[in-house]
Design a protein around this ligand. Structure first.
Ligand code: CP
Ligand code: NVA
Length: 294
């Protein structure tokens, strides 16, 4: 593995498979791994709110015998109180790894450049790699073969979508993206783009959606509600997919906007399996990046 996990592109196909194999072991025998990161400390620096990412990393680190420190936006005040370079160089003397959630993706790259320790992307404006890895792991648990499934992502071509496009391309999962004109993902590898959600979901095995307005875009919320009004994942849209279609969402959801209550609560929904697997997959990532490092 490279020192840092900033993008899905930091991982080879084999490394992704190794992370998933270790995740299987962690889920089967939690007690066996309860001391692997004893004495290690993880710093979580977040410029935006979080439920899943913060809690799953903190609890995951605890379950592996390690410790974590959460640093809220006002605490470190990245780039304002002091430079990213100085934060990176200081924390490298105290802790063993950093999870960073930022607005600008470039800030994570800069933190990694000046850190002696691993830096993990906990969400930026460009990517959310830990989410996409947990999502594909969830699909691996559910589906016979990843090569036989088609996933339709309906909504904003945002950070979550970018990481999903990358990981699906790497692992040979067929993926379609349906978004309004002007909201296409920035990652283009193997991109199969649609502007009509109904066409994109026809006969698919999985429908995935995310919020129309991501954190930091709140001023655009009203315009986005208009632009995305035909992209809601609801009963009518879902009826065009396979009968046993799986419904995915990274959460938090804006129920009644990008997805209806009925669909997110339906028996086809696996959104809380995704949320749970964030912790298991991230434990594997932490072990891979930290174990046996001085
Ligand atoms: N999916 C996800 O990253 O959730 P949080 O923003 O709550 O961490
Ligand atoms: N696209 C969303 C994902 C939240 C986990 C955001 O960036 O706010």
């Amino acid at each position: 593995m490279k020192k840092d996990l900033i993008s899905i592109n930091d991982l080879s196909v084999q490394e992704i498979r190794d992370i998933f194999a270790l995740t299987d072991k962690l889920k089967k025998d939690k007690a066996k791994f309860s001391n692997v990161l004893t004495g290690k400390t993880l710093a979580l620096i977040f410029q935006k709110p979080s439920n899943r990412t913060r809690v799953s990393f903190e609890v995951g680190m605890y379950q592996l015998g390690g410790n974590s420190i959460y640093l809220a936006p006002q605490e470190i005040n990245l780039g304002v109180r002091e430079s990213i370079e100085d934060v990176a160089k200081t924390l490298s003397r105290y802790v063993d790894a950093i999870v960073l959630r930022t607005y600008k993706h470039e800030d994570i790259i800069e933190m990694a450049k000046y850190s002696r320790i691993p830096v993990i992307n906990g969400l930026s404006d460009f990517e959310h790699p830990c989410q996409a890895l947990a999502d594909v792991y969830t699909l691996k648990e559910r589906c016979k073969s990843l090569k036989d499934i088609t996933l339709a992502y309906v909504g904003d071509g945002n950070n979550v979508c970018n990481s999903l496009v990358s990981v699906c391309f790497k692992l040979g999962i067929k993926m379609r993206v349906a978004c309004p004109l002007g909201y296409e993902p920035r990652v283009k590898v193997g991109l199969n783009l649609f502007y009509q959600p109904k066409e994109a979901v026809e006969d698919v095995d999985i429908i995935y959606t995310d919020v129309w307005t991501s954190m930091g875009q709140e001023k655009e919320a009203q315009k986005r509600r208009k632009d995305f009004k035909d992209f809601q994942v609801n009963k009518e849209l879902v009826s065009l997919a396979k009968k046993d279609v799986l419904i995915m969402h990274c959460l938090p959801a804006h129920r009644g906007e990008e997805i209806t209550d009925e669909i997110i609560n339906s028996k086809n929904s696996i959104v809380f399996d995704q949320a749970e697997n964030r912790m298991h997959v991230q434990k594997a990532i932490l072990i891979k990046l930290l174990k046996n490092k001085a």
